[in-house]
Design a protein around this ligand. Structure first.
Ligand code: IPM
Ligand code: MG
Length: 377
C-alpha cells in the first residue's frame, strides 16, 4: 500500500507543477488573432469518426458553395486533414497523432467532425487534447427556440475543470480511484470575461453562473468568486447564481426558462447542460459548438460520433444540421458576416420547410437536407 501512496504523491507533485506552469503561461496572456487583417485564412476540415466523415462531407459542400468567391480569390484556403480517426489514434497510441496536430496547427480555424472517445483506459479524448493544445478556452454554444422566446448562449469553460486531468487520476486497484478537478484564477477570469464581453456586445442584460459551490468548495467556490469579481467590471449587466442541479430543472421549467440569457459554467456542467439545452431546441443533432481561443478556433457539432448509428447502418440518416450551424459560426468568426447571415437564414428556412431528418430510416437523409441548403445559397 505504501508503494501506491508514494507513487500517487509523486504523481500529484508533477500534476501540480504542470498545472502551475499552465497558469503562468496564461498569466503572460497573448494577443488575439485579428482575422480582419489577414490576407489568407486557412480553414482545416477534419472528418473524424462514425457519422463524422458523412456529415463533414455535406458540410464541406455547403461551405464550398457559400464561400465560392472567397475560395476562388484565395482569401479562404480549405485544407483537408486526414488521420484523426479512432483506428489511427489507437494504432499509434496518440490521442491526436503528432503529424495531424502539426497540420491542424498550420490552420487558423477548423471545422471538425465528431471523434470517438474511448471509455476508461488512459487514452485521452481527441477533443480534450485539441482544446488544450490549441488553448480553446471558451466553448460557446447557442440554443434558440424562437417560438418560446428562448435565446440562450452558453459559455462553457473548456480547458480545465474535470477534463484537464481526466486521464491522470490515481487508483489503488480493488480499493479506490480518485480523479482531480482543476479551477485556475486566470482560466476562470478569461471565460467569465468572454461571457460578459459577449453579453455587452449582444445587448444581453443578464449573465447566470452555474456551479455546485456548496459541495465543490475549492474549485466551484473559486469559480463563483472569480465570476463575481469579473462581473464588477460590468455593472450594467445583472448577474445571478444557481447550482447545477436546480439549473437542469430550470431548463425544463417552461414558466421561467426563457428569462435566462447567458450562462457561464465549469467544464463538465457545461457539457451536460448543453446537451439538455440542445434537446430542448430540437435534438443534439441541431446544435453547433464553437471552441474559441486567442490563436485558434474549432467549430463542431455538439454531439459525438454516434457509433450506434453506424452499427445500425443509419449513418446516411444522421442530421447534419449541427455541423451546418457550426459552419455558420465559423464563417461569422472569421468576419464574413454577410455570408454567415445568409447561411443562418437558409438554415432557419430548412428547419421549417426542408426535408425532415430524424436520425431514423423513416426520415430524410442528411444529403437531402444538404442539397436543400446548397440550392438556396
Ligand atoms: C462535447 C463532447 C465532448 C466533451 C466529448 C466528445 C469528449 O461531449 O463536446 O460536449 O465531453 O466535451
Ligand atoms: Mg458533450
Amino acid at each position: 500500500m505504501t508503494e501506491y501512496i508514494e507513487k500517487a504523491c509523486e504523481q500529484f507533485r508533477t500534476l501540480l507543477e504542470e498545472q502551475l506552469a499552465r497558469v503562468e503561461n496564461m498569466e503572460k496572456g497573448a494577443e488575439a488573432k485579428d482575422f480582419s487583417k489577414m490576407e489568407t485564412i486557412t480553414v482545416g476540415l477534419v472528418g473524424g469518426d462514425g457519422i463524422g466523415p458523412i456529415i463533414m462531407k455535406q458540410a464541406e459542400a455547403v461551405v464550398r458553395k457559400l464561400l465560392a468567391e472567397e475560395i476562388e480569390s484565395g482569401k479562404i484556403v480549405l485544407k483537408t486533414i486526414d488521420g484523426l480517426t479512432i483506428e489511427n489514434r489507437m494504432a499509434l497510441g496518440q490521442s491526436v497523432p503528432a503529424d495531424v496536430l502539426a497540420e491542424i496547427k498550420s490552420c487558423d480555424v477548423l471545422l471538425k467532425g465528431p471523434t470517438t472517445t474511448p471509455k476508461g483506459g488512459t487514452m485521452e479524448s481527441a477533443n480534450v487534447t485539441l482544446r488544450r493544445e490549441l488553448d480553446l478556452y471558451a466553448n460557446v454554444r447557442p440554443v434558440q427556440v424562437p417560438a418560446e422566446g428562448i435565446d440562450w448562449m452558453f459559455y462553457r469553460e473548456n480547458t480545465e475543470g474535470e477534463y484537464v486531468l481526466g486521464s491522470k487520476g490515481v487508483e489503488v486497484p480493488g480499493k479506490l480511484s480518485m480523479d482531480f478537478k482543476v479551477t485556475t484564477e486566470p482560466g476562470t477570469k478569461r471565460i467569465a470575461r468572454a461571457a460578459f464581453e459577449y453579453a455587452k456586445a449582444a445587448g444581453k442584460t443578464r449573465v447566470s453562473v452555474v456551479t455546485k459551490a456548496n459541495i465543490m468548495k475549492k474549485t466551484d467556490g473559486n469559480f463563483s468568486r472569480i465570476f463575481h469579481e469579473v462581473a464588477a467590471d460590468y455593472p450594467e449587466i445583472e448577474t445571478d447564481e444557481w447550482y447545477i442541479d436546480i439549473m437542469t430543472a430550470n431548463l425544463v421549467n417552461t414558466k421561467i426558462r426563457n428569462q435566462f440569457q447567458v450562462f457561464v459554467l465549469p467544464n463538465l456542467y457545461g457539457d451536460i447542460i448543453t446537451d439538455e439545452a440542445a434537446e430542448i431546441q430540437g435534438g443534439v443533432g441541431t446544435a453547433g459548438s464553437a471552441n474559441m481561443g486567442d490563436q485558434y478556433a474549432m467549430f463542431e457539432a455538439i454531439h459525438g460520433s454516434a457509433p450506434r448509428m453506424i452499427e445500425d447502418g443509419l449513418g446516411e440518416y444522421a442530421n447534419p444540421s449541427s455541423i451546418f450551424k457550426a459552419a455558420e459560426m465559423m464563417v461569422r468568426h472569421i468576419g464574413l458576416i454577410d455570408k454567415a447571415d445568409k447561411l443562418a437564414a437558409v438554415l432557419a428556412d430548412s428547419q421549417e420547410n426542408g426535408p425532415k431528418v430524424t436520425g431514423l430510416a423513416d426520415g430524410a437523409k442528411g444529403s437531402e437536407l444538404a442539397d436543400y441548403v446548397i440550392q438556396r445559397l
